[in-house]
Write a new protein. Structure first.
Length: 367
């Protein structure tokens, strides 16, 4: 099972045209991200049924047909745990595949379990134990080895029949629209980088503003230079700079482990941004730097979690799929601060099925 190699734009255009009549297509990518901010696309795998096709993006000159295919509303794209693939397509092609059927999310919504790997689902559906040998392979090397080609082909050859079965299960449970809605909502990038700083709530308001500015500046630099965030400035130094609030390049230079090359290259700009942010009277959004819950709020969170478990059990779905713990905490915080915006996920099927019952239950306990 090594797959058919597609090495030219003409071959790809013919392949896409020949398979336009299919409603489901399995899609996967291989990429490298060792010393870059953005993923470097190395391979795109496609499967409409029995044959896997390995598309070499390094050889393609014309990407127009691929862009049209990835957003064709008549072909649902089956992708497993799509977040990283979305990053690849967003950076490389400037688009997101649609309609998107994420098989990991589908498996959770039909009651198979939360966060299941592709390997685990292949074992569940086909009783096959896939090898993991090429997981850390160098996918930019050419030519690909036979082991790489086989591994890449397996990533879509089982995905297609598995996705078709999951689609049928979701439809039988009247949850197919839920899966597609989840896919339409998915975006690359994940949570805001500042949320990694779990102790930021202990900082003063001006230190929090400086931290937010430092995190934003680091992201801008990482994107501009296409280097990992930690190569620009590691988290420890970011937090130290926010605490110390340097007002001169010398003070910035004296922060422990501050890269001196960065100070020489961007010290004036960075100090100016820190000072401006620290002196800004506007507070950082409590959604970005939330305070820990009070004792009473933690008690309500525990009771709310039990209520969520009851809803989840009635649906045979893991509770974290319906609403993760961070969202439950946010719901508790909204009781005290109605101005907090609702997460994007609190819409559609989740609003009617999960959020409204939880809010009603909270209201009854408050009354």
């Amino acid at each position: 099972m090594s797959g058919n190699l597609i090495n030219t734009s003409d071959e790809l255009n013919a392949l896409l045209a020949d398979n336009r009549h299919h409603s489901l297509v399995a899609v996967d990518t291989e990429f490298r991200r060792r010393d870059t901010f953005f993923p470097q696309v190395a391979l795109v795998q496609l499967c409409w049924g029995e044959t896997a096709y390995l598309v070499d993006p390094l050889q393609l000159e014309d990407l127009a047909a691929l862009r049209r295919f990835l957003v064709d509303p008549e072909q649902t794209k089956l992708i497993h745990s799509a977040s990283e693939d979305l990053e690849v397509f967003s950076h490389w092609l400037g688009i997101l595949p649609a309609p998107l059927f994420d098989t990991q999310r589908a498996a959770a919504l039909v009651g198979l379990g939360s966060g299941l790997s592709y390997r685990a689902l292949v074992a569940e559906f086909f009783d096959i134990d896939l090898p993991k040998d090429e997981t850390q392979s160098d996918w930019l090397q050419r030519p690909l080895t036979s082991a790489q080609a086989e591994y890449a082909a397996q990533d879509v050859s089982y995905l297609h029949p598995m996705g078709a079965q999951l689609r049928d299960r979701a439809a039988a449970l009247n949850r197919l629209d839920w899966v597609l809605e989840e896919g339409a909502r998915m975006r690359p990038g994940g949570r805001a980088p500042i949320t990694k700083f779990k102790t930021a709530y202990r900082l003063s308001p001006n230190q929090q503003r400086a931290l937010a500015e430092l995190v934003e500046w680091r992201d801008e630099e990482a994107r501009r230079r296409d280097r990992p965030r930690s190569w620009i400035l590691n988290d420890k130094v970011v937090m130290a700079a926010a605490r110390e609030l340097p007002r001169s390049v010398r003070e910035l230079s004296n922060i422990e482990d501050m890269p001196q090359g960065l100070v020489r290259r961007a010290g004036d700009d960075l100090v100016a941004r820190i000072v401006s942010a620290a002196d800004d009277p506007l507070p950082v959004s409590p959604q970005l730097i939330p305070k820990p819950l009070s004792g009473e709020q933690r008690s309500r969170l525990g009771a709310l979690s039990e209520r969520l478990k009851a809803i989840a059990e009635s649906m045979d779905v893991p509770p974290e799929v319906l609403m993760p713990k961070a969202d439950l905490e946010h719901l508790i915080r909204q009781e005290a601060d109605a101005s907090l915006p609702a997460p994007d996920a609190w819409t559609g099927w989740r609003e009617a099925t999960v959020l409204e019952p939880l809010r009603q239950w909270l209201g009854e306990r408050t009354a």
